[in-house]
Design a protein around this ligand. Structure first.
Ligand code: GDD
Ligand code: MN
Length: 379
């Protein structure tokens, strides 16, 4: 049901009482007689925002919902979209950073099916931002943007100014944004296929400071990891597994060296011992990183033993294939280093499959078991 409303503008607010009348007017001026609504989602700012909205509500189609249970930009935006009744939704900031005039072009693109997701962008031709960004802030923003490119194909994926057709909103239970980047989350999880950008001039807010602190950046990296996993499930697991394996190799080498130099062990003994801290390291990081979303309830020791066992097999495959290739395949006899690489890849491939299938099980497989259990108990 759209109630004949063309557009809902969702604006998350936290202590924005002074900006509320300005942004409301800017939107009204930009949209003219379009049938729209503005929804402020306020996290209990208690600064007079509620009164400010009611004061102008006879003049502009604005309302405010105040959340007291929860706080945070992303969940506020989701909440606002859930309240929205318009055919289309646009999300923007209250602090006048985003020019309301751009909404018209966003809406036009969406209605003409030129795009199914639109972003107000600083980085396309015609877009810009205030010049006084320091070098590091700029570099930071560039790197953050660059990291997101493989999953979203827009030049300004960080933008808090975006719009789409409301019926394309992904189910709320699919969304688990960490931190600020709710636009990116919706764009990726909603599987939008034709995103487009509308150039904007981004104006820095007059007062207050950006929340782009170190904690936010770590959150952003964790958020990206989730989104990559959503978009490329196997590839991202393999990549993380490989990274963990690479650092495990360093652990292995360190112990191999230290045991000989500091404890006078013979090199084959050192080799046999160094395997174990490396395996334990790999197990730990695969458990906490690569397969963090898998079932972990089976007991650590059992999981570690399973991982160590598969690693021993992986190692046998690694060394075994090296011998086979160099003994029987003339090409590898001449280039034994490539046999080593092939062996490492084969061993790692085996380890990866074993880890996925046996050691770190998927949650839903376990859940199937759980749901079978009451039946067997009632017998
Ligand atoms: N309800 C609610 N709850 N609103 C919030 C909260 C919160 O916890 N935190 C911030 N907001 C509101 C602000 O009131 C403002 O309207 C909007 O969210 C953006 O907050 P700012 O503090 O102005 O964010 P920013 O300027 O650092 O970041 C903006 O630009 C980034 C790109 O440079 C946002 O648009 C980001 O989403 C964007 O990534
Ligand atoms: Mn801002």
């Amino acid at each position: 049901m759209s109630d004949g409303l063309a557009l809902s503008v969702v604006i998350p607010t936290y202590k924005e009482v002074l900006n509320i009348p300005h942004i409301s007017k800017a939107i009204a001026d930009a949209l003219g007689d379009l049938n729209y609504e503005v929804i402020f989602v306020d996290d209990n700012s208690a600064d007079g925002s509620v009164e400010a909205v009611s004061k102008i509500s006879h003049q502009y189609p604005v309302r405010i919902c105040v959340r007291t249970e929860e706080r945070g930009l992303s969940t506020a935006v989701i909440h606002g979209i859930e309240q929205a009744r318009g055919d289309y939704v646009v999300v923007m900031d209250a602090d006048l950073s985003h020019p309301a005039t751009a909404i018209n072009e966003m809406l036009r693109k969406l209605k003409a099916n030129e795009a199914d997701f639109v972003v107000g962008s600083r980085y396309v031709e015609g877009g810009s931002f205030d010049e006084d960004w320091g070098f590091f802030r700029l570099l930071n923003s560039k790197i953050a943007t660059w990291l997101a490119l493989p999953i979203c194909h827009v030049k300004d994926p960080m933008s808090g100014f975006f719009g789409f057709k409301r019926s394309n909103m992904p189910a709320t239970h699919m969304l688990s944004p960490l931190g600020y980047k709710i636009g990116l989350e919706i764009m990726v999880k909603g599987r939008f296929s034709a995103p487009a950008e509308v150039p904007i001039h981004f104006v820095d807010r007059e007062h207050g400071e950006s929340k782009l602190d170190f904690k936010e950046q770590i959150l952003y990296l964790r958020h990206l990891r989730r989104l990559y996993k959503f978009k490329f499930p196997t590839a991202s697991e393999f990549l993380q597994f490989g990274l963990v394996g690479g650092t495990g190799f360093l652990v292995d080498s360190f112990f191999y060296w230290a045991l000989q130099v500091f404890f006078g062990l013979e090199h084959t003994t050192a080799r046999m011992i160094s395997f174990w801290p490396a395996v334990t390291w790999n197990w730990f990081w695969n458990r906490t990183l690569t397969f963090s979303d898998r079932n972990q309830s089976g007991g650590k020791l059992k999981q570690w033993m399973g991982f160590a066992t598969s690693s021993i097999f992986g190692f046998i495959i690694n060394v075994g294939s090296y011998h086979m290739l160099t003994d029987y395949v003339p090409f590898f006899t001449e280039t034994p280093y490539l046999a080593l690489v092939a062996g490492v890849l084969l061993g790692m491939g085996f380890n990866f499959m074993a880890a996925r299938i046996f050691v770190f099980r998927k949650l839903d497989e376990e859940m199937e078991k759980e749901t079978e259990r009451p039946d067997s108990e009632s017998k």
